[in-house]
Design a binder for this molecule. Sequence first.
Ligand SMILES: C[S@@+](CC[C@H](N)C(=O)[O-])C[C@H]1O[C@@H](n2cnc3c(N)ncnc32)[C@H](O)[C@@H]1O
Length: 336
Amino acid sequence: MQSSNVFVNEGGDDDCENLKSLLDYSRGIFIANSMEVMLKLDIFGRVGKTLDASRSVESLAAEVNVDADALYRVMRALSKDGMFRELSPRVFSNSPRSIYLARDKTLHSYFLMRGREPSFWDHLEKNPDTMNLFADSMSSLTSLTIHKIIGLADFSKFKIVTDLGGSKGVLLKEILKVNKNIEKGINFDMVAIIEKNKHVNSIESGEQLDSRYVEVGGSFFESVPESDCYVLKSILHDWSEDKCIEILKTASKSLRQDGRIYIIDYIIDDQDSAHEKLASNFIAWLDVNMLQLFGGRERNLKEWHDLVDKAGFQIESIKRSQSFMTQPLIILTKKT
Ligand SMILES: C[S@@+](CC[C@H](N)C(=O)[O-])C[C@H]1O[C@@H](n2cnc3c(N)ncnc32)[C@H](O)[C@@H]1O
């Protein structure tokens, strides 16, 4: 893909900061939902009305009867914006900013009015236009980082590569362009998405489709086409641990000998990231996005190791880009 966007060549820290600030504008709804939950549960007040008062997430969660992990993830993201302070792991105090909400309820109704209960998948199912917009939004984010991802990934040993949840096929088409050794590239997604892709491909005569490019509809919870390599980009962070294990086990059944799984997803609080500070704020909010929309999560390195281990895989290597937005490539092989 010839990229015309101005961010692709981001390299300097200025570009990173600008791109990060731009993306911050898209997370308003998640911040509003998080503030609504914090206020409904009176978390600011419960943490304490003085700056030196602190509470552990576990004691707060037990007191208000909510899941401690979910509460931690929301407080972690808010604290990256200075709304709480995480004094030690999972122990928070109010910050000079949040103490106001602990002491004074004047503004509570203002924040409560802005939250809402989202049901994203229901909404998508009932609104095909929004479904298309979602696919477009995913493809646009992918196109920002596509060259960096391809630069990280070696496809030279594979004959069949399948992009699981490949949406509009943006990434796979580019992989095929760069890797002439691949004999077949399969873009696999839900039937509704694939039908739409086929329709668009048939009317957009301007785009000459590579004859090696194939579209297959189905569910990665049921079965997937046999392949040497499965690409899972921005897929596993949508799902809970149990669902991720199901997806990986489905892939495992059809993975050819010496095959690999290429996970392209963030690693939260990754000490080896070139932009750990910038990225960790960005990823903590993405984590809240995943929690609120899908019941998914961003995972740290240990969580990735544990997850793939339970599905019968091991991490062979991790390749990181210098760009904060480009997810690392996590390469899996079957456990021996
Ligand atoms: C977050 S998007 C990622 C799209 C693409 N990989 C990217 O990075 O731009 C998740 C994709 O998973 C697809 N998906 C969701 N459930 C699926 C299922 N059960 N089987 C196959 N694909 C599914 C969605 O249609 C969507 O295209």
